[in-house]
Design a protein around this ligand. Sequence first.
Ligand code: HEC
Length: 292
Amino acid sequence: MRNISPWWVRVPLIFFLIFGLMEYFIDSGDKPAFIAYPIALLFMLMVLFILVAIELILNSVENIMFQTLSPEAQKRYLEAKFKQWEWKWGKAYWKKITGNRPVGEEQEIILDHNYDGIRELDNNLPPWWVYMFYATIIFGVVYLARFHVFNDYTQDMEYDREVAEAQIAIEAYKKTAKGLVDANTVELLTDASDIKAGGAIYSANCVACHMPDGGGGIGPNLTDEYWILGGGIKNVFQTISEGGRNGKGMIAWKQTLKPAEIAQVASYILSEIHGKAPANPKAAEGEIWTGE
Ligand code: HEC
């Protein structure tokens, strides 16, 4: 049996491979899986145990096979096995990129001047350095031609373009991430689809206390100019999200509704209910709201 790698490479490699796969496939939120689920830790311990067991079994099988070999075969086997596990290509590659001459060849490259016993080796420049130097020259020529001869674009143009791109990205992000809104950033929504969604939320959750036309019942009249907790999109959002005054019956809807949905229902109230004439208006409560 020929070993490709020693056990101290094999066991940790397989162990961390399985560990990585486990972390990748188990969705454990922002905590690592082995902390979120103690059972995963147990699983990894089992894996380690099994890996060690396999190594032990392989080792004893090897041992038994070894005993059955003839003496010469045993010798050949040992030679093959203890032949150093080397990074052959790694060493060759290293030598190539550093261009080092072996110590034994130093006589050939030593220069014959001698200052207080210090002498100079006339080594080649290391190829890695030389190639990088060539690369910078090519880069410099291309850069000079592109920006100083053909004036491709200036830094100002580059800046403006990136700002414009970022602006587009921000708009796109805001469109998909409506959940980001809070009472400080919310704006009155005007899209018909948002208003319609707000209407559906209103019918499902709010009509019992505020009436379908907003005239009021247990809750105050939402159609008039008077607001107990302040009018305008930001205050209305705040009220719906955090609820009314204690014991009045208006709960904090942030438990049930997402921020985007609160923005929709708040916009629905302000654009479709507010300012209309309800069938049975409840007497005004609160104060006239004159603006943000
Ligand atoms: C259980 C009854 C009840 C339900 C259901 C209810 N509300 Fe209210 N709502 C109230 C009461 C009572 C108040 C007054 C709170 C206060 O005085 O602090 C109120 C106040 C409000 C106000 C502020 C009015 C003002 O004058 O400042 C808004 C806006 C509002 N509700 C919107 C909603 C929305 C939107 C829903 C549905 C998601 C909803 N309410 C569901 C009872 C309710």
